[in-house]
Write a protein that binds this ligand. Structure first.
Ligand code: FES
Length: 574
């Protein structure tokens, strides 16, 4: 065991301070051998019963501990902020940066040599990766795994994705409230996060594509014994990583982010990955522009046939071979930086070289993809979004990819919902619904509200999709022709704030263009009389958030949290 591990500055100390550091840990009954210089492994868990997707992580932590003990390390589990997507108001995204900030400080302040990051629900994965990147201690991620496939009336139902469909069916009068109550239970059959290719599954895959979690780890269902096996394996591996001094900055290099961006295109992943990857990269000094996301993704066809873009669920993806199969396809097509180092200590190309596909309906080949190249998430530019906007083509309607329509404008999602059921709402299927003041500063927290349900009167007419434009986000489980992440947002005076009902908007996705057909002079006149909204908070964390959050194209991190701050602790007060 090494006497040079960082934790020895605490547990190997002489005199009064060493006594203090050791004594209080001994109250847990570990015995003095734990202070002999062995790697101390912090298990950062986002376990909480208020984050249902992460409610089993205390059991995953036990499996990690088995591995750490097995390899001769000393595991210590500690809680970090559990940002559960389903219960937190106004939106879990408001708290992603708080999780990252809290976790980073805990990792640095404590006698830890290595980290195992336990996450699951959407924001917990990027939040912990941002923290680990900034503190730069050896780290491996273990995501909690997806729920088992939802089953309702003999068919597969995807958590999240089905919610939007059920809402539309209910509003159109084709389902009763009693049927909805049964269906909602059938969507959540086990431990785990959403089992569609929503944001949680996407970010689990991104952690694996970045090289930060063990190969195949993203897709094992939470209820599968293999989930606990990979957790134990991660516990074993982190002890070696400490000895090898294998840290996040050597794994998450630019090449790793390029791999993640291409992998996201291949899996039909969530638009939220753009924001989170940009934020993680910002912690490592890797500048990612929105246009790079478009350029890298354009060369990649969608291979994975999963909801919300396709038909299957994460359990099927796992049994088909999971992410290693996708990454092998990319590697063999020259679309992967195969030499990039990963937590295994091997390159990503080595990790996936032997991957076998067991179901080509679920994971297609590059030669015969599920959707062709260039149909993934596109980045739009134009006078309505000078700093960019995104649209997930694979979850949109092809006939709306080139659309010109009348804007119908709402100053908040709530303003839309207040009238969306009304038969008197002046709206037609060809109109463009604009929902604004839902960006990072405006809401605040950039909630997943962009794919508002269609107006009830149009749903009853059988309309299934319309163009919607918003400065907020969309759930990774959502779908529809929705332009998201419009930057700059309305709340900082972006052009979205200047749109009036009746204006004409032109969306041309093949040309990557979003234009407001209003003359510049008229826009200048409107801008001169635009009044910024009243601040949402004048104190507390929400105030801090609105003061420092960056725009969507910069990853919506806090400006003062960018970069790596390392793990040195300057002072010892004992
Ligand atoms: Fe937690 Fe979907 S609500 S992953």
């Amino acid at each position: 065991m090494s006497a040079h591990n960082r934790s020895q500055a605490w547990f190997g100390a002489e005199g009064r301070s060493g006594m203090v550091y050791r004594s209080w840990v001994l109250n847990q009954g570990y015995g003095p051998k734990m202070f002999d210089g062995r790697p101390v492994i912090g298990i950062a868990t986002t376990w909480s019963e208020l984050a249902p997707c992460n409610a089993h992580l205390h059991r995953v932590a036990e499996a990690v501990k088995r591995g750490v003990w097995q390899a001769g390390g000393f595991p210590l589990e500690f809680p970090t902020l559990a940002t559960g997507e389903s219960l937190m108001r106004p939106t879990a995204m408001l708290y992603r940066n708080l999780l990252a900030m809290e976790a980073e400080e805990l990792m640095r302040a404590n006698p830890l040599d290595g980290l195992v990051l336990l996450s699951g629900c959407d924001k917990t994965t990027p939040g912990l990766l941002m923290a680990a990147a900034s503190v730069d201690l050896p780290a491996v991620m273990v995501t909690g795994g997806p729920m088992l496939s939802g089953k309702y009336e003999g068919r597969d139902v995807g958590s999240g994705t089905e919610v939007w469909k059920l809402e539309a069916e209910f509003k159109a009068g084709r389902m009763t409230q009693d049927q909805i109550r049964v269906a909602e239970g059938c969507m959540a059959r086990s431990d785990g996060h959403c089992m569609t290719m929503g944001t949680a599954s996407t970010m689990a895959c991104m952690a694996e594509a970045l090289g930060m979690q063990l190969p195949g780890s993203a897709s094992w269902p939470a209820a599968d014994a293999r989930r606990y096996e990979v957790a134990q394996e991660a516990g074993v591996r982190i002890v070696s990583m400490v000895q090898e001094d294998l840290r996040p900055h050597t794994i998450m290099e630019r090449a790793a982010f390029e791999n993640a961006i291409r992998t996201n295109a291949a899996i039909g992943g969530s638009t939220n990955a753009i924001i989170h990857l940009t934020a993680i990269a910002g912690r490592l000094g890797v500048a990612l522009s929105l246009d790079e996301f478009d350029q890298l993704a354009r060369a990649v066809p969608t291979l994975v046939n999963l909801m919300p873009s396709g038909r299957f669920l994460m359990e099927d993806f796992c049994y088909a071979g999971g992410l290693p199969v996708v990454m092998r396809e990319l590697a063999e097509a020259g679309l992967l930086n195969a030499g990039q180092l990963t937590v295994t200590g091997k390159s990503v190309g080595e990790n996936v070289a032997e991957a076998v596909c067991w179901n080509r309906e679920v994971i297609r080949t590059i030669a015969e993809p599920f959707q062709p190249r260039g149909t993934g998430t596109a980045v739009l530019r134009g006078n309505l979004c000078p700093d960019g906007a995104v649209i997930k083509q694979s979850a949109a309607s092809s006939e709306l990819m080139n659309h010109r329509g009348r804007a119908v404008v709402f100053d908040s999602p709530e303003a839309y919902h207040a009238v969306s059921d009304s038969d008197d709402l002046d709206i037609e299927a060809s109109d463009v619904i604009v929902v604004r003041y839902a960006g990072p500063k405006g809401y605040p927290g950039m909630p997943e509200v962009s794919n508002v349900a269609l107006p009830t009167k149009l749903l009853k007419q059988g309309v299934t999709d319309m163009v919607r434009i918003c400065d907020g986000r969309m759930s990774g489980t959502g779908f529809g022709t929705v332009v998201l992440h419009v930057a700059p947002e309305a709340a900082v005076g972006g052009p979205l704030a200047l749109v009036e009902t009746g204006d004409i908007i032109k969306l041309d996705v093949p040309a990557r263009s979003l234009q407001l057909e209003v003359p510049d002079e008229e826009l200048a006149r409107r801008k001169a009389s635009w009044v910024p909204p009243e601040p949402r908070a004048r104190s507390g964390y929400t105030w801090l958030y609105t003061q420092h959050v960056m725009q969507a194209d910069a990853g919506a991190d806090f400006d003062f949290l960018q970069g790596t701050r390392g793990h040195d602790v300057p002072r010892d007060s004992h």
